[in-house]
Write a protein that binds this ligand. Structure first.
Ligand code: GUN
Ligand code: ZN
Length: 435
């Protein structure tokens, strides 16, 4: 059908293009991608209508408005599968381990989100910062306050962004001002879910923070809510630090392990997202694999808070469903490029370095798959929503001098993964529009 029939002229982006055709953890790296050095992406409405060679698509679509990015690399926008937008203003707070870090920095800041004005200010700031870093979708925790979730969804809605978020539920081991109850956590989460889930590009995740801050009654209420709304995601934290695990096991005397504190209350499932998942027992790994749950690797956070080294190679080889995330503000960066670099370094410390193709896959397809959104986002392919990033692969003198003699695609990409930041983000497209 000719373009005129669609009532709006399509846009044709020109540049290098990179799409995934397979999982680079399963097939040789070069077999996992489709790459065009003179490529094009046709965007019509909010969707990718075609990806191919520039010459071909230009001939087929002479009416299209051309946006030429030269040697810029066009690929799917980054998907950050675990963030706390309310921690934006306390990112890079010095020198604590998890529980002290929560009590010293995080909880005092989260108390401020009882104000919707403050929440909207930080939500807007967060979405602008992450967009500047090439991230087009995030899955975020709110705070205990329903207005923190309203504010985040409203800001995302203004930007036509696909995001996942939920009210963080806690009814123990937190400041009085940050606690709800089993009943209010259930009622408020249900109300938010009814208001926001599947509205525009927004979806709701049921969000018990982690076992130490929820009573068994609250975990049970969250499990009941999830059973009533099984199409929602459920996000929480799992086995981030060894002292945290000891604390959990002291609190739940009947539990076989940390995962069991969720499993026992109906909080283990395919649409469950388990942040960190570093110190897993064999039983936990087997159960997570069996149900196809999403594990989310947060490497800058894991080194910043001193949590440990996620076993990416082992978990991928065993067939786990793994995404990648910044974990802002336990993570030390808003950038998925910095996060990929950290994942590479964590892999090196485990003697299992990740390849550039695997890092880029994790930051797009891997995270989208963990969020069960891989049919819509996370790849440059016809039929997907048009959320894109255009990377400048020579964004600084240091990177440019390295890539100037690159001999293949991966050698030209890897310096930007390791050394790049927001200066490498030449453009971002959200829902088919330059953002
Ligand atoms: N575990 C429970 N809450 C948090 C949080 O806000 N950040 C991190 N990194 N771990 C957590
Ligand atoms: Zn987290």
């Amino acid at each position: 059908m000719s373009d005129e029939h669609f009532g709006q002229n399509p846009v044709l982006l020109l540049g290098q293009t990179l799409s995934f055709t397979a999982n680079p953890f399963d097939v040789p790296f070069d077999d996992a991608v489709q790459y065009e050095s003179a490529g094009a992406v046709l965007i019509r409405g909010g969707q990718i209508a075609a990806v191919g060679q520039a010459e071909t698509l230009r001939a087929l679509h002479p009416m299209a408005r051309i946006v030429d990015y030269g040697k810029g690399l066009i690929m799917a926008g980054f998907v950050d599968a675990h963030v706390h937008y309310p921690q934006t203003a306390i990112i890079a707070s010095w020198g604590k381990r998890l529980i002290d870090w929560l009590n010293s920095y995080t909880f005092p800041e989260e108390i401020r989100f009882s104000s919707k004005t403050y929440a909207a200010d930080i939500a807007g700031r967060y979405l602008d910062l992450t967009k500047a870093h090439g991230t087009t979708t995030v899955a975020s925790y709110g705070t205990i306050h329903p207005v923190s979730v309203d504010a985040f969804f409203e800001e995302a809605q203004k930007r036509n962004q696909r995001v996942v978020a939920g009210k963080t539920c806690m009814d123990r081991n937190a400041p009085e001002a940050l606690m709800d109850t089993a009943q209010t956590a259930y009622d408020q989460s249900k109300q938010l879910l009814t208001t926001w889930h599947n509205v525009d590009r927004l979806s709701y995740a049921i969000t018990p923070r982690f076992s130490p801050t929820s009573t068994p009654e609250q975990l049970e209420a969250m499990g009941a809510l999830w059973a009533e709304h099984p199409d929602c995601l459920m996000q929480t934290h799992l086995s981030e630090q060894t002292d945290e695990i000891d604390w959990v096991m002291g609190m739940f005397s009947d539990a076989r392990d940390y995962l069991d504190t969720y499993e026992a209350f109906g909080l283990l499932g395919e649409r469950g997202l388990y942040g960190h998942a570093i110190h897993l027992t064999d039983r936990e790994k087997a159960r997570l694999k069996e149900v196809g749950a999403g594990l989310v690797h947060c490497p800058t956070s894991n080194t910043f808070i001193g949590s440990g080294l996620f076993d990416m190679a082992g978990l991928m080889a065993a067939g786990h469903n793994v995404g990648l995330a910044t974990d802002t503000g336990g993570g030390s960066s808003f950038s998925m490029l910095r996060t990929m670099a950290a994942a590479y370094e964590v892999g090196q410390l485990r003697h299992t370095p990740l390849h550039a193709s695997q890092l880029l896959w994790l930051a797009t397809q891997g995270s989208a798959r963990a969020l069960h959104l891989d049919d819509r986002i996370g790849n440059l392919a016809a039929g997907m929503e048009a959320d894109l990033v255009v990377l400048d692969l020579a964004s600084t003198d240091a990177i440019a001098q390295r890539t100037s003699h690159a001999e293949d695609l991966w050698e030209s990409l890897f310096p930007t993964i390791m050394m790049g930041d927001d200066r490498a983000i030449r453009a971002v497209w959200i829902n088919g529009k330059a953002a």
